[in-house]
Design a protein around this ligand. Structure first.
Ligand code: SAM
Length: 206
């Protein structure tokens, strides 16, 4: 069942429900569903048990943002490329999107995270695409490039961290982050989907 569909300058975005599972399709590519969100939650957890002020790239179905709010974050600014998704969150089309949009600690910003990093953050969490090896939006290549990642690291408060979600390990991304931040840690999140097992990768830098 289609819950909502919209055209955006970056392609179509569709929110749909299959039985109890909500799915998000971005630019014709399956982006995520609500059946398996352990890596979205692990992304938030990588910000630490006291998340403070957090900048999130990519709203998706809102699981990362909800986890941060539940953990007591002071501020969660979510930058989302597909503006209609922010409207669907404000309309409360799913429970998680409603929770994100209605919390006074949330700021929802329409835009490209690659152009929206300003101020100082305790954590910056990037989950906008599959990772540098398999892009939904070609223009997101710059999100995984040294210039932008350096901008993120420079925007971190002392002790802060930058976390990048990838659908598989990326040694190139790891070495870029290590060069910029000095250290990088890989958190593997094992996932089973439709009988297939694989590891999503979270890179923590800073
Ligand atoms: C996989 S989803 C994020 C999932 C999210 N972590 C969650 O817990 O539901 C990726 C989101 O990033 C958005 N996006 C893609 N490119 C972006 C960009 N350059 N800046 C901001 N958002 C972007 C997509 O529209 C989509 O909503």
């Amino acid at each position: 069942m289609i819950l909502a569909r919209a055209e955006t300058p970056a392609g179509e975005i569709v929110l749909r429900r299959r039985d109890e599972v909500v799915e998000l399709v971005v630019n014709g590519v399956f982006a995520m569903d609500s059946a398996e969100v352990s890596s979205e939650l692990a992304l938030a957890d990588a910000a630490g048990s006291h998340p403070g002020r957090v900048l999130v790239g990519g709203l998706g179905l809102g699981y990362t943002a909800v986890r941060l709010l539940d953990a007591g974050a002071e501020l969660v600014r979510v930058v989302e490329l597909a503006e209609p998704l922010l409207g669907w969150a404000r309309e409360g089309l799913t429970a998680e999107l409603a929770r994100v949009a209605s919390d006074p600690r949330t700021e929802l910003v329409a835009g490209d995270i690659a152009e929206q990093v300003d101020g100082t953050w305790d954590a910056i969490l990037l989950d906008v695409d599959n990772g540098p090896g398999f892009l939904i939006h070609d223009h997101n290549q710059r999100v995984y490039a040294g210039d932008f990642l350096r901008t993120c690291v420079q925007a971190l408060a002392p002790g802060g961290c930058l976390v990048v979600w990838c659908e598989s390990a990326s040694p190139d991304l790891a070495s870029t982050l290590e060069r910029i931040a000095g250290t990088v840690e890989l958190i593997s999140v094992p996932v089973t989907r439709q009988g297939r097992s694989f590891d999503y990768a979270l890179y923590v830098a800073g």
